[in-house]
Unconditional design. Structure first.
Length: 447
């Protein structure tokens, strides 16, 4: 069987489930192996993969209602064949039901035996026949209902309901299932936001300024990002507004010396350079050599000169001179980026939150030594969970009393200041701010 979008999607789903990896990394690997796909096939592949991951919980709930065997007892590839086909039947109007069933049977024949083929055929035909009778749990069962309706693991829903309340938690779940918009940070070192929007007006359906970030825009664009006008000229960088706001929280000024302790792929480092008018020095630390290569490519395209990529481990690195500001965009669960990476809700667990916390603290303990007296330390994650956020800062401040939280940073607009809680911590959420989920704390080292 040739490498079709359904075949590649099945491989990606299986790798995600068995290896707990992120889908984009696997997709890129399989795409390079399969060679060039036509634009239509490529779009179908991404829709199949992301859509099936996004709605996996609801698909499993419905499949279990009409299957003769529990889905969990079925071999992983056969299980994902059923999910792929069920997603096409229940969510994609443009795919004929017979085509979804036929292609699923072919994949089952390739990866199983004739018994699997008969099983897949029977389940999917049953799904088509009974789709009008499928039901969700009663809304009085809050967690089971939300888990099936919005396709999220119960452990995460329990946390959100407990912290936010059932209504706000449901709105967060709903927003996390939406297709994420494309946000661009205009490189104002080369072009103004107004001029850039004018330049691309004829090429995109819509381009509008983001209300929270003066260099951010939201663009309606379905094609290859490199085909957008200005890509080769370095006029923009694809970046979520929540991430842009984290860079703005640093308060970076021209001529300063700054450390970006976990820098790849260079989004925040290049944004800091932009805010500094490319004047000063930014040490962009990254532990993986391959990621440094990608970061250098991004910096070169954007025409950034003050960022100096450096390979090193933020938990152990040493510097001879202090920094005015240190940014720790810490490795985390990524649970704030579920709308872009829906697999995060399936490959992460509560145990991961504690495991990440220890590494996050280790990085903070080390790089905080290099913040000058009166300097600024910014800690950020793309996580919504307190173990990786408030608890990390609480433990750190308990160990390092010379740092205090800057609860009302200067130079921020009122709308951004409203994103701080009473403890002085910054929060961005999909359902409230149309951003990915971000947390940040800005700390000042006493003079």
């Amino acid at each position: 069987m040739a490498e079709t979008p359904r075949q590649i999607a099945l491989d990606v789903l299986t790798d995600v489930e068995t290896k707990a990896c992120f889908a984009d990394e696997v997709l890129n690997r399989y795409l390079s192996r399969a060679g060039a796909l036509e634009k239509r096939d490529r779009n179908f592949l991404f829709e199949l993969t992301k859509g099936t991951l996004r709605w996996r919980g609801r698909l499993d709930y419905f499949l279990d209602q009409i299957s003769s065997r529990p889905l969990a007892s079925v071999p992983v590839r056969i299980r994902n064949i059923l999910r792929l086909a069920a997603y096409q039947i229940l969510f994609l109007d443009r795919v004929p039901e017979w085509a979804a069933v036929d292609q699923a049977a072919q994949l089952a024949r390739r990866y199983g035996h004739e018994g699997h083929v008969r099983f897949v055929n029977a389940v999917l035909r049953n799904l088509i026949r009974k789709r009008g009778d499928l039901s969700l749990p009663d809304t009085s069962q809050t967690v089971p209902y939300l888990a099936a309706a919005y396709s999220f693991p119960e452990w995460l829903i329990q946390r959100w309901v407990r912290r936010f309340g059932a209504g706000p938690a449901e709105r967060l779940l709903e927003a996390s299932n939406l297709h994420p918009p494309l946000f661009l940070r205009v490189n104002t070192l080369k072009i103004s936001r107004e001029e850039f929007i004018e330049r691309i007006t004829d090429d995109v359906e819509e381009a509008r300024p983001h209300p929270l970030v003066s260099e951010g825009i939201e663009v309606a664009w379905q094609g290859d990002l490199t085909a957008l006008p200005g890509y080769d000229q370095g006029w923009f960088y694809a970046q979520d507004p929540g991430s842009m706001l984290v860079a703005r929280l640093t308060g970076a000024k021209p001529g300063e010396r700054i450390l970006d302790a976990c820098a790849a792929p260079g989004g925040k480092a290049s944004h800091l350079a932009q805010l500094m008018q490319d004047s000063g020095e930014i040490v962009a630390l990254e532990i993986e050599e391959t990621k440094i290569v990608r970061m250098q490519e991004n910096l070169e395209r954007l025409g950034i000169r003050c960022v100096k990529p450096s390979q090193g481990n933020a938990e152990a690195v040493e510097f001879s001179d202090p920094f005015d500001r240190v940014l720790v965009d810490a490795p985390c669960s990524g649970l704030g980026t579920i709308r872009r990476h829906p697999e995060a809700k399936w490959i992460k667990s509560e145990e991961d939150l504690i495991r990440h916390q220890e590494r996050q603290l280790s990085i903070l303990r080390n790089v905080s030594r290099f913040v000058r007296d009166g300097g600024t330390l910014i800690y950020a994650t793309c996580s919504t969970e307190s173990e990786e956020n408030e608890e990390v800062i609480g433990r750190f401040l308990g160990e390092r009393p010379e740092f205090t939280v800057d609860k009302k940073p200067e130079g921020l607009e009122t709308a951004v200041l409203e994103m701080f809680d009473e403890q002085g911590y910054f929060h961005a959420y999909p359902h409230l701010h149309n951003t990915d989920g971000f947390f940040a704390a800005r700390l000042i080292r006493k003079k």
